[in-house]
Unconditional design. Structure first.
Lengths: 119, 156, 156, 119
């Protein structure tokens, strides 16, 4: 079953997580594990690419809320990109775009770590 | 087609059944004619209600008790009614404070968004509790053209 | 995982629900560990039983009667039990002659393969009739490693 | 919903039906209609390509049984090709290969109308 999987690509000191499948209460622990690994490796500049994510519930949103403080405390951030309208609508409904940078292009999300002033 | 439909699903209360639950509810919602936007809302509201059952309702039960979750859908000419039932410990819905999202985000809180989402996504949400017997949350979505003025909540 | 599971689906008795029924039963069969070959057999046996309900059980009922079809699945350590229930007119299963496939094909017959398929695909098939109240067909598939010698039928 | 659809291609005096989706009691009437159209057009040499058929129940099998006599009476036939193992198993279980030519390649199925002796 390929309910949910994560592919990680490291680009310089930035890590990109590609989420595949659906992120609900069943699969959220997998994303928690991945973020914990990144934190253990002190990789705090994280881009999450949602291109292949088909569904998210509040259990999935909760994962981001659970780690953002630690990550920012270490000078990092979670930037988000390539959300389908269906996924974006859930983030938007709850006002998450005030807390997270959400952009369309992955390159743009990476750039945000280096030229934040252009935001 | 006849005017009234009924669908029911009973399933073990476990997170790996959420996918099947969502498929069931989205199929039915699409069959009765909702657009993809409304189907997505019903899907998420149902997932949140079922996730709550799985996470909270049976916390005290031993492994040998049957922990089931029941979903029923009834449709008539004007509305789609989704009821999620558990037979767990219940809770007092009036004691649950809805989050103020600005504060919530400013304080980087975690959790506590499920019922808020259900209320935001659906036209009506109400709970009926009989702890240990049956606890139900009933959620209604009106068909766009049939939305009654008094139940419209100015959303969208 | 606990040893016993229960799933139920109630759905209007209409052919356009067969797809949803098959998705439900294949998901559950795959969750409990059947291989794709056995999942295909269970899917087809279930479809045939439900198609029979839709085609035959409610033939006499008026449009206003509720025509539902219930599917229940129970699994334990050794077997998968699928019960399809209708509340229609019932029939005498003993009166149904199983086709001789050589004759059937030679004479280019049509229809009459549903129950034969169910019996060929599943390890046990039996009917319980209470016309107008509830009519049930119960079909069992044993897990490969748990198949009891006395229920093996030398198939495959 | 793309539960079931049929694409027809006429090659000389042979008609190829491509079945897509699933063939059950709900969709079988669509195939009946298509076969009735072919009969009305007096196109009796029919190849059914099962490549994109994902499922078949006895209601689907019944459609072929319902028209084969008429079609053969007019000197035609239904040849079948490109079944997935899942679909073939259902035909095989009931002994249908004794009644219908079932081959893998579409070209071979067409050929059968012209060089039946190579069968
Ligand atoms: N079916 C249920 N059974 C028992 N308690 C529940 C149920 N649904 C909700 N609750 C209670 O309501 C609270 C708020 O639920 P919710 O808004 O979904 O947020 P969260 O589940 O993240 O806490 C839960 O923490 C739980 O105490
Ligand atoms: N659920 C049911 N309710 C009433 N009659 C049924 C039911 N299931 C089967 N039957 C009867 O059994 C007969 C044989 O069924 P089956 O072998 O599936 O072939 P078919 O449906 O093609 O006739 C049907 O024609 C019908 O008379």
């Amino acid at each position: 079953m390929d309910a949910f999987s994560i592919d990680r690509v490291n680009k310089n000191d930035c890590s990109i997580l590609y989420l595949n499948g659906f992120l609900d209460a069943h699969t959220a622990p997998d994303l928690e594990n991945e973020l914990e690994k990144l934190i253990a490796e002190e990789r705090f500049r994280i881009v999450v690419n949602f291109k292949n994510l088909t569904y998210i519930s509040s259990a999935g949103l909760g994962v981001f809320m659970g780690y953002i403080e630690t990550i920012r405390d270490h000078g990092g951030d979670i930037k988000m990109c390539s959300m389908s309208p269906k996924i974006f609508r859930v983030f938007d409904l709850l006002g998450f775009p005030t807390l997270y940078d959400i952009v369309q292009e992955e390159d743009r999300a990476i750039e945000l770590f280096f030229k934040p002033e252009q935001k | 087609m006849p005017i009234a439909y009924e669908y029911r699903l009973r399933i073990p209360s476990e997170t790996d059944n959420l996918e099947l639950i969502r498929e069931f509810v989205t199929k039915v919602a699409s069959k009765v004619g909702f657009n993809s936007d409304d189907i997505g809302k019903i899907e998420l509201a149902c997932d949140e209600a079922c996730t709550n059952v799985i996470k909270h309702a049976y916390a005290m039960k031993t492994n040998n008790d049957k922990k089931n979750l029941d979903i029923s859908i009834k449709t008539d000419a004007e509305k789609f009614t989704l009821v999620v039932t558990d037979h767990g410990k219940g809770f007092d819905p009036d004691s649950i404070k809805m989050p103020n999202m600005r504060e919530y985000l400013a304080q980087l809180k975690v959790g506590g968004l499920g019922i808020y989402l259900m209320k935001t996504l659906m036209d009506e949400v109400d709970y009926q509790m009989q702890p240990g017997v049956k606890n139900q949350v009933r959620m209604v979505k009106y068909f766009a053209d049939k939305k009654k003025p008094h139940s419209a909540r100015g959303k969208q």
